[in-house]
Design a protein around this ligand. Structure first.
Ligand SMILES: [Zn+2]
Length: 265
């Protein structure tokens, strides 16, 4: 497959010497990147004394931050985010769909991206869509087994894709596998998400929990941070155009007659 070319995702340099107050201000007010610079955003948590951890390590009511990424669109953006986190010494958990229409974990470049994310010291696991199965427990068992086989890794916790209220309130493990909406991770600590590309419940730095240094479960989607644009819609527009270009390149590579059409579409 053709190498996926992405929007110019310039890697920002980590902050140095800025006070927490300055970092907070920068991370909150930089509009060029919509949510602000990702590394400045993470730096504010580090300077506040947060320790980044994986899900099974989340035990302390204070100062722990479990950083989660549900990968709904693209493994390249996920890898870019993983590299920026590594530069800050931050660890996070990436969850991947096995049956996505947007990417394919068995496609060589996607597979390599996911392996590289793991090699950077992050956790990789399964992002599971229960609506694809009549029997979601059986479906989860199947996908966990596939994920283990493909990536030769254990699956201790999964993240559910667009969970209905039923699953958000499903406090028990599913088929013996923990999931990120169990109370331990979803209600007993502050949960903050950038879903839809907006802070629907206010900016994380303005929450009482952040101010009081309480532990946080933070869900971050790479598309809102690794693509340029001043709004969530600008980012989607930019990203969509990139995908169309790549689709055309793949058509051309795999279908000789298509090359006569390319450039006229
Ligand atoms: Zn999802």
């Amino acid at each position: 497959m053709t190498q996926f070319l992405h929007p110019s995702g310039k890697f920002s340099t980590p902050l140095s010497g800025a006070s927490t107050g300055e970092t907070l201000l920068k991370a909150k007010t930089s509009q060029k990147q919509h949510f602000g610079c990702y590394q400045e955003f993470l730096s504010a948590f580090l300077e506040r004394g947060y320790r980044f951890c994986f899900f099974p390590e989340l035990r302390d009511p204070f100062s722990q931050l479990v950083l989660r990424h549900d990968i709904d669109f693209d493994t390249h953006l996920a890898l870019r985010m993983a590299i920026q986190e590594k530069a800050l010494g931050v660890r996070s958990s990436f969850f991947f769909l096995l049956r996505s229409p947007m990417y394919n974990v068995l496609e060589p470049q996607d597979y390599e991206n996911i392996q590289r994310i793991r090699e950077l010291g992050h956790v990789i696991s399964l992002h599971f869509d229960p609506t694809l199965y009549l029997d979601f427990e059986q479906g989860l068992r199947l996908e966990v087994e596939m994920f283990r086989t493909i990536f030769k890794t254990d699956v201790n916790i999964v993240s559910l894709h667009r969970p209905s209220l039923f699953f958000q309130q499903h406090d028990a493990p599913i088929a013996g596998i923990e999931h990120t909406y169990q109370s331990r991770y979803f209600r007993k600590v502050k949960y903050i998400s950038d879903s839809t590309g907006v802070w629907r419940y206010g900016h994380p730095f303005e929450t009482a929990e952040f101010i009081e240094n309480k532990s946080i479960h933070l869900l971050i989607h790479p598309i809102w941070w690794m693509v340029e644009g001043e709004t969530n819609l600008d980012k989607l527009r930019c990203y969509y155009r990139q995908r169309v270009d790549v689709l055309k390149a793949n058509f051309s590579e795999n279908c000789i007659p298509f090359r006569q059409l390319n450039g006229h579409l």
